[in-house]
Design a protein around this ligand. Structure first.
Ligand code: 4GX
Length: 246
């Protein structure tokens, strides 16, 4: 998969991509990340990338010309590239969207700054607009990294067997069960006895029950989506009863 990132702060996206699993995926050529400085496409003496808004008011708007030149270079190289603008006005990014994007051969992530981009960019030069959530950031660079990270880990081969893809449990609508590792007792805090029992059937049931209980407690909105089996309903009922005892 090819992922282009168009930004006026290339250093901000380059550094995190060298680390960890994504860095390794790039080294292994499983993903090809290309970072383009939009400023390189500005043709004026000061390499200007922003301008004052028509109609007046405070704040600046990204200029059309350099941004369109950068987008066109990507499109000309590959008409199949999906050009995505990161913006608070986009559709909300979820695991389902990550899965959708991971099946594409080429993404082009456009990072806006200032008050945003000229409306004609959105309307005529991008294919998709994505928001990573309802809060305001200073630019699209961190959202682009969020999208890249979650999409890249779904590309076959990027995760090793030790970091297997567990989001079926998330796409499927439930939160993860609690995890423990050694030591068995830490400052008096014990690991749940059942995990040490060696009874794999009982462990599987306990984990499912914990997932159900957690989702019910913390994200009841997710539970509504999930159609629970009769065993799930029993497990959840029992856990809720235990929680609300005395
Ligand atoms: N999820 N921001 C983008 C500038 C901007 C505004 C409009 C294009 C169009 C954000 C988010 C986010 C702040 C990044 C405004 N660029 N992006 N920036 N939340 O808050 O994606």
């Amino acid at each position: 998969m090819i992922i282009d990132i168009l930004t006026i702060f290339p250093g901000m996206v380059a550094a995190p991509l060298r680390e960890s699993i994504i860095g390794k995926a790039i080294d292994r050529k499983l993903i090809d990340v290309r970072i383009t400085n939009i400023r390189d496409f500005a043709t004026d003496r000061h390499h200007t990338t922003d301008d004052r808004p028509f109609g007046g008011g405070s704040g600046m708007v990204m200029k059309m010309e350099p941004l369109v030149a950068a987008i066109n270079l990507v499109r000309d190289s590959d008409p199949a590239a999906r050009v995505i603008l990161l913006s608070p006005q986009g559709r909300i990014f979820t695991q389902a969207v990550a899965l959708e994007l991971s099946r594409l051969s080429h993404l082009c992530l456009v990072c806006g700054r200032y008050e945003g981009v000229d409306e004609r960019i959105r309307r005529h030069y991008v294919d998709d607009e994505i928001s990573i959530g309802d809060y305001v950031l200073t630019g699209g660079e961190l959202p682009a990294l969020v999208v890249l990270d979650s999409v890249a880990r779904l590309v076959p081969g990027v995760l090793g067997s030790d970091e297997s893809i567990t989001e079926e449990s998330f796409v499927g609508g439930l939160l993860e069960y609690p995890h423990y590792t050694r030591p068995e007792v830490f400052e008096g805090h014990r690991v749940p006895e059942i995990l040490l029992s060696g009874n794999h059937g009982a462990i599987r049931r306990w984990r499912r029950q914990q997932s159900l209980l957690r989702t019910w407690q913390r994200r009841p909105d997710l539970l509504k989506e999930e159609t629970l089996s009769s065993e799930d309903k029993e497990l959840l009922g029992e856990a809720i009863e235990r929680e609300t005892e005395d």
